[in-house]
Design a protein around this ligand. Sequence first.
Ligand SMILES: C[S@@+](CC[C@H](N)C(=O)[O-])C[C@H]1O[C@@H](n2cnc3c(N)ncnc32)[C@H](O)[C@@H]1O
Length: 192
Amino acid sequence: MFDNTTYSYPAHYKAIEAASKLIGFSMPSDVQTGALLQTLAASKPKASVLEIGTGTGLATAWLLAGMDTSSHLISIDSEASYQVIAQEYLGHDNRLQLVCGDADEWLVKSNHLAFDLIFADAWPGKYAHLDETLSLLKPGGIYVIDDMLPQPNWPTGHDEKATSLISQLEARTDVQLVKMAWSTGIMLIVKK
Ligand SMILES: C[S@@+](CC[C@H](N)C(=O)[O-])C[C@H]1O[C@@H](n2cnc3c(N)ncnc32)[C@H](O)[C@@H]1O
């Protein structure tokens, strides 16, 4: 059936979801975003993948499920109490490197790295250090952001920030992009 409700969930996804609920993690990426990330990861053999904002590892699990055995994922989060859940359920996967630290600092010092796919799901890499993050994309590399359609949990004034981010991205001449009314509102940006 052509519907949006049938997904092949990654191993450990349901366990991570349950653990996330137990600690009251309130910022999970949704299943549609995860399924898209899985598919994009599968389009990039031997990929270098970056996730900014591990949270508890929900999207991390989808990315790993799409990646081939030669791919590698760096996922960064500043909050150890979230990332420990990703470590518990996904840490055995030797394709995954979990970094616990401030992504603003990490992005500034990581300009020697290059990625095929970046999921930017934290303030840094999206609303801060956008240029630095996009400069880490290889040609043909894909930068993904979600939460671009108005969300009930947006703080006052966030709609203006989202609108400004969309304008910044649309003004760039070094990328091709598409805005998708999928999940929480996705933008796919491909480096030319
Ligand atoms: C929207 S959540 C990520 C959700 C996650 N991708 C998922 O699949 O559920 C945003 C995450 O960014 C992290 N974060 C916020 N500021 C950060 C910073 N300066 N450096 C690194 N991580 C940060 C938060 O701790 C939080 O886990």
